[in-house]
Design a protein around this ligand. Structure first.
Ligand SMILES: Cc1cc2nc3c(=O)[nH]c(=O)nc-3n(C[C@H](O)[C@H](O)[C@H](O)COP(=O)(O)OP(=O)(O)OC[C@H]3O[C@@H](n4cnc5c(N)ncnc54)[C@H](O)[C@@H]3O)c2cc1C
Length: 396
């Protein structure tokens, strides 16, 4: 039997701390090509994105390790920051979702239709770009620097809408994460920080891909300024009415991008049932390897729950909530809980489920870990302000 994703992620971290972390800062920006995707980086992102290993755990491991790297800590915290930032700017998610649908409709009939087809099929004849899109589709991974170049070429040299690039990444990356992905694409487009867009250059690509691409020249730079919208800052709802009442039967809801087992292990005496909520229908666009990875994570999560003698069922809630309601009624469960569900497709559908539960007199509460509760509130004034405040709380 293959090693489960929980053990695998811990092994990757152990190995990274022993073998690579000390050279991380020096070499992290180099992309060594599809045969050595994680030569100088950790490769942890698919596991973090599925909630299998958490930022807090990684940071604690670093603080107990003899090897450390400020740069690596900084990068791990970028993920935490993007998540908190999006939680504070819910409109950005709605804007992204609505504009993606519009752009997708428009592009078929626009003069960019052919360029778009070439770009998504790796037929642009721009050697590095065509290699990257094949790597993305075949492996579900691209190096961070390459993601920046890719997005920059897509937006600033091909003139394609950033939303469609972000969607392409979301559908193919094993580490697909709404906050990191959407906000990074916005950052490259110049929408995240006013007046700042990321323009890739041939020299930079040559240097950091170790001159792997023999001869190429980037197309003419297209200067399109997407309108910079200001979004309302919303406070995060920290009201945390979470009590796992030991005198009641409780069901714990789990979404596919947060397969965290720790909370469950510590509270298993008070959890009668876990419902793993699959959302297969609206994930139709995901690549086959992304779907396979999700399935293997789900399977390992279920097996781990079973090993801990926790009653678990998986249900698909993307078409109807009937199965969920029937199970809860059969089990005579009127209280449901979950860990806080972050902004994204999963949250959109679970919100509707919660309304339906409430209509059937089934309560719902959520639990937000102290780590996010403490640090997300500093996600409103830029990363460096966030990091400064983070350092006051945590001494790593
Ligand atoms: C256009 C674009 C889209 C992206 N989309 C995603 C995405 O969908 N999902 C995703 O997890 N990351 C995304 N990233 C961030 C980053 O590229 C990946 O997290 C990183 O490449 C993952 O590889 P690694 O685990 O080996 O990283 P390492 O270099 O080993 O870093 C360790 C961890 O730090 C975090 N991290 C590192 N760099 C960043 C970054 N720039 N932003 C946020 N977190 C970071 C990740 O959790 C990563 O696993 C995107 C970046 C760009 C420029």
């Amino acid at each position: 039997m293959s090693i489960d994703v929980y053990k695998k992620s811990k092994n990757i971290l152990e190995n990274f701390l022993q073998e690579k972390i000390l050279k991380y800062s020096q070499y992290r920006n180099f992309d060594y090509g599809p045969n050595y995707p994680h030569k100088a980086v950790s490769g942890l992102s698919p596991y973090i994105s599925k909630g299998i290993i958490k930022e807090e755990y990684i940071l604690k491991k670093i603080s107990n390790s003899k090897n450390s790297s400020d740069k690596f800590i900084q990068e791990v915290l970028w993920r935490t920051y993007w998540k908190g930032w999006l939680e504070m700017h819910k409109e950005v998610w709605l804007d992204y979702k609505n504009s993606t649908e519009l752009e997708l409709d428009n592009i078929q009939h626009s003069e960019l239709a052919e360029k778009y087809e070439q770009a998504i099929n790796g037929k642009t004849k721009l050697e590095p770009y065509d290699e990257w899109i094949n790597q993305l589709k075949n492996t579900g991974y691209l190096h961070n620097h390459t993601r920046m170049w890719f997005a920059s070429i897509w937006i600033h040299y091909f003139g394609l809408p950033w939303q469609l690039g972000a969607q392409l990444f979301y559908d193919h990356l094993l580490d697909a994460d709404i906050a990191s992905n959407t906000l990074s694409w916005r950052w490259v487009a110049g929408l995240q920080t006013f007046g700042k867009k990321y323009i890739a250059s041939s020299q930079n690509i040559m240097k950091f891909s170790l001159s792997r691409f023999k001869s190429f020249s980037l197309p003419k730079l297209i200067s399109i300024d997407s309108p910079f919208k200001k979004f309302t800052l919303n406070e995060i709802n920290y009201k945390n009415d979470f009590i796992l009442d030991p005198n009641k039967k409780n069901a714990f809801l789990v979404v596919e991008n947060n397969l965290d087992i720790n909370f469950i292990k510590h509270n298993k005496e008070n959890i009668s049932l876990i419902l793993l909520l699959e959302t297969n229908n609206f994930k139709n666009n995901l690549s086959l390897i992304s779907k396979r990875f999700q399935t293997s994570c789900n399977t390992d999560f279920i097996n781990l729950c079973k090993q801990h003698n926790i009653n678990i069922k998986k249900i698909d809630i993307s078409k109807s909530f009937n199965e969920c309601l029937t199970i809860l009624k059969e089990e005579k469960i009127f209280n449901t809980y979950s860990e806080y569900i972050t902004i994204g497709f999963e949250k959109d559908i679970v919100k509707k489920l919660i309304t339906s539960l409430k209509n059937h007199n089934i309560s719902y509460s959520f639990f937000l870990s102290n780590f996010y509760k403490e640090v997300w509130r500093f996600c409103n004034k830029g990363y460096f302000n966030f990091k400064k405040n983070f350092d006051k709380f945590y001494h790593i």
